[in-house]
Write a protein that binds this ligand. Structure first.
Ligand code: PNS
Length: 160
């Protein structure tokens, strides 16, 4: 059974993330979306809120599960018996950091392969940062985050 972990902050999950999850669910037998703590970031939504958002929008995919992780990603992947870590790439600028992380994770867990999926062209400009920024100004975020969570994201961030 091919099990993959798709980690990220998902603060909040975007349509770009969802597109990667959907495609990964066709490649792997089981995909575990791991809502993780990124020590370099101060998230807007709590770990639980972010995981709830991901659960709500991925409920329809039978082989996708959601978990949270506040430790090393490779430890989590090993616990889950996952052989793969999935990363989405939007642009060359994403690659430098992700390449470094992939090499580090390979050193820590040589049996786990990092697999890069390129973002669908129509989502390359999206990010959680953009979603939060738009929501702050009460802009229409329906083209950025899944419709199941738009109201909650706006309620939290909108100034109006
Ligand atoms: O969506 P993000 O913030 O780019 O996700 C980054 C994340 C959470 C995948 C990365 O920070 C991570 O893997 N964190 C888990 C802790 C860990 O294993 N760190 C070592 C690899 S960077």
């Amino acid at each position: 059974m091919k099990i993959a972990v798709y980690p990220g902050s998902f603060d909040p999950i975007t349509l770009g993330h969802l597109n990667i999850i959907k495609r990964a669910s066709r490649i792997f037998d089981r995909v575990i979306v791991c809502v993780a703590v990124n020590s370099a970031k101060k998230p807007t939504f709590t770990l639980k809120e972010r995981a709830d958002f991901v659960s709500r929008v991925t409920g329809k995919y039978g082989n996708v599960d959601v978990a949270t992780c506040d430790g090393l990603l490779v430890d989590f992947a090993r616990e889950q018996k996952a052989g793969f870590i999935i990363k989405g790439l939007r642009a060359v600028s994403d690659f430098e950091m992700e390449f470094q992380i992939a090499l580090l994770n390979k050193k820590l867990a040589p049996e786990i392969e990092t697999v890069f999926l390129t973002a669908d062209e129509k989502y390359t400009y999206l990010s959680s940062t953009i979603a939060r920024e738009m929501a702050t100004y009460n802009a229409d975020i329906s083209k950025v985050v899944p419709r199941e969570i738009t109201a909650d994201v706006l309620r939290r961030l909108s100034n109006k």
